[in-house]
Design a protein around this ligand. Structure first.
Ligand code: FAQ
Length: 311
């Protein structure tokens, strides 16, 4: 019987049909989805911290309102994604416990500090830009709830990306000091953004299987190249330089060649030794503990309502 179920699953994936929560699926497919969706959800929630750092110091009311809305959107993305993970039979509490214990990852990018206001622009342009490049193909992921969550998230991320681009453009066209601040932010965020796409294909443990299952549609290196190709003309339009002397148009490939990524830095950040790993996890745990009374009150209220209904 297991063989028949497996065959039906394989046929559905081959036919580009969506796998839904009640459908039979291989255990490893389920585990891979929980791993990726949890990591993605954690990234959205931890990703609120670097930008939130600037909410109190935004340079105008308009910029402050935009930034607060953006950071709230990230919380919403986290909730859709924890919801998608719940359809696979894994509760949010369980996933948060793993994050807090350091047993589940979140994106490397959120372990870097936001040193100036221009970092808010660089995150929008580069980090949200990389996120969209990675996530648009996930709208066609074989698992229905994840694919559908991605549609809405991508729309919001596109708006975030434009917000960052517009912010950087204003700084770039501003005073000499503002232009220098924008350039410095791009210098610091460029390489970490390229690392968001994950290790090179030959070192990517999960890619081959995830692509067979149509969870991933493109390899890490393919998406990284796509992102570089998108950014080069945008940097030019911004009058900012990407910090890579080896960036060169390759006529034969029809792509921009770029310099070597420091994979040791990536491994260090994943191992917990990035500039802000400790700070991010500490803050996350503290926020969770501070919110305990809300969860307790909500549970007590729900229990009371349920008791009233059965009385
Ligand atoms: N950071 O075999 P692969 C956002 C891990 S965007 C940390 O290639 P896979 C929006 C990987 O998990 C950021 N870990 O893995 C936003 C695996 O470890 P494991 C979130 C990384 O899954 C913007 C190991 O390395 N987006 O939040 C990273 O096939 C602004 C081997 O790697 C997503 O999560 C990394 N950069 O491909 C929010 C997108 N790269 O589990 C706020 C969905 C790899 O074996 C503000 N995820 N690892 O222990 C994906 O598309 C994939 O999971 C990849 C990795 C492409 C990230």
């Amino acid at each position: 019987e297991e063989a028949a179920l497996q065959a039906a699953f394989d046929a559905a994936v081959a036919a580009e049909e969506r796998i839904e929560p009640r459908d039979w699926m291989p255990d490893a497919y389920r585990a891979t989805l929980v791993r990726q969706i949890a990591q993605h959800a954690h990234s959205e929630i931890i990703g609120m911290q670097p930008e939130a750092n600037w909410i109190t110091r935004a340079p105008s009311l308009r910029r402050k309102a935009i930034l607060m809305a953006k950071v709230q959107d990230e919380a919403g993305h986290g909730l859709y994604l924890y919801g998608a993970a719940e359809t696979l039979g894994t509760g949010r509490e369980q996933l948060l416990d793993k994050l807090h214990a350091g047993r589940q990852k979140y994106s490397s990018i959120f372990n870097y500090p936001t040193l100036t206001w221009a970092d808010v622009g660089a995150i929008g342009w580069l980090v949200d830009g990389a996120a969209i490049t990675n996530q648009v193909p996930l709208c066609r992921c074989s698992y229905g709830p994840y694919a559908r969550a991605m549609v809405r998230i991508c729309k919001e991320e596109s708006f975030h990306q434009r917000q960052g681009y517009e912010l950087l453009l204003a700084l770039s066209r501003g005073t000499e000091a503002q232009h220098a601040m924008a350039q410095d932010a791009v210098d610091r965020w460029w390489w970490p953004s390229l690392m968001m796409f994950g290790p090179p294909d030959e070192e990517s443990a999960h890619s081959a299987r995830s692509m067979e299952w149509k969870i991933k549609r493109h390899s890490n290196d393919e998406l990284r190249q796509r992102f570089v190709d998108i950014c080069v003309p945008q940097a030019e339009a911004l009058d900012l330089t990407l910090p890579d002397p080896e960036l060169r148009w390759n006529e034969e490939r029809g792509h921009w060649d770029f310099g070597a990524i420091d994979w040791q830095e990536f491994r260090d950040v994943l191992a917990g030794n990035g500039p802000c790993n400790d700070q991010r996890l500490h803050r996350r745990r503290a926020a969770h503990e501070d919110g305990a009374w809300v969860r307790e009150a909500a549970a007590a209220h729900a229990a009371k309502q349920a008791a009233r209904r059965t009385a």
